[in-house]
Ligand binder design. Sequence first.
Ligand code: S3P
Length: 430
Amino acid sequence: MTAHPGGPLKGEAVLPGDKSISHRALIFGGLARGQTRIRNLLTADDVMRTAAALRGFGLSVEREGEEIVVEGGPWQSPDHMIYCGNSGTGVRLLMGAAAGQGVAVSFEGDASLRVRPMERVLEPLRDMGLEGTSTEGHLPVSLSAGSLRAITYRLPKASAQLKTAVLLAGLGAEGDTVIEEPILCRDHTERMLPAFGAELVIEEMGEGRKLTLPGRQQLKGAKVTVPGDPSSAAFLLVAGAILSGSEITLPGVLINETRIGFIETLREMGAQVSLMNEREEGGEPIADLHVRSSALKAIHLGPERAPAQIDEYPILAVAAAFAEGTTRFEGLDELRVKESDRLAATAALLTENGVTCRTGEDWLEIDGGTPKGGGLVKTHHDHRIAMSSLILGLGAAEPVTVDDCEMIATSFPNFAGLMASLGANIKEHV
Ligand code: S3P
């Protein structure tokens, strides 16, 4: 795909459903007795892998008109390896759920997922009594059937995948699972579990929280409406901010505070982003987002800002490339183990397009201005690197090409179509 400089972008775009909430709605539905009906499920590759995984555990997931219907029930040990494609969220949440259901299963993934760390999830599950092995810390991972006992677990990193995996395992364990979360990370699991009838006690603990989940709980089917994905909105907001004369509205986007750190960041950089018509849907806050183009200025952000915008650093780096001055982002160590080494891939995408930047083990510095563009970016199987590069190309002096656009379908299948509907010139090479 090549993004050609142009603009302005104008109009309204309805974003696909949130990826984190979509995975959870499917998995919680699979764990529940009775029917779960999901509206606006993200039908992207990552989420479809989770749906296929549930079928592998003997459950039914079907489309009925506008809704996806999950018939939950007891999980069976699959007769084949469960393939999670590119999805870290899918595999890590399913590991916890399967452990709690006492089934034997092996998980596998694509080239990108196969190099991501899995021991972080296996360690607490082993403390709960699970017998599980990884392949030198990575996939394939195999879990043996067995029963679990509850643990008290202090999250060693601000990871919602880890937190959720332990909670889902805890649903099937004997006793109260207690999670201490010193730094708050996305809390969709905690919001959604009670909607499925679960008992969960949440207490404030300094900057974070303490969660207590009684074991041997049976979830009940629920109705879930998935809000628009703020992580997808981020690409459009940055495009709208950097392309002069732009004005975009994005209705019905999730504005959970554990997810929208990037909106605060963009505003601090001078972007004109507003949240309109704030309301609540299914236990999550949503709003219509509006962006108008404006001059951006550089910003310095410490590590405390990372958890609420961890997936948005590549596109924030693109915003910084258009800002006046030098931007510095710190606390980026987790970016090294995302769908790619995102810190290296982000720095490479900037350098390839004439933007000067510097990186350390966990930080990134970007000298802003008007990016030259003209680069051919290696995406390393990473959807967010692909989309960030294309947004840079819309505002650069010369077009930007990505080596592979297939991965965009893991989170934002209609990205190019939606961008075109707002006036962007992004062409796929066939
Ligand atoms: C997610 C948690 C985050 C995030 C990922 C989705 C989730 O990962 O980067 O895109 O849905 O729980 P970590 O748990 O590794 O921080």
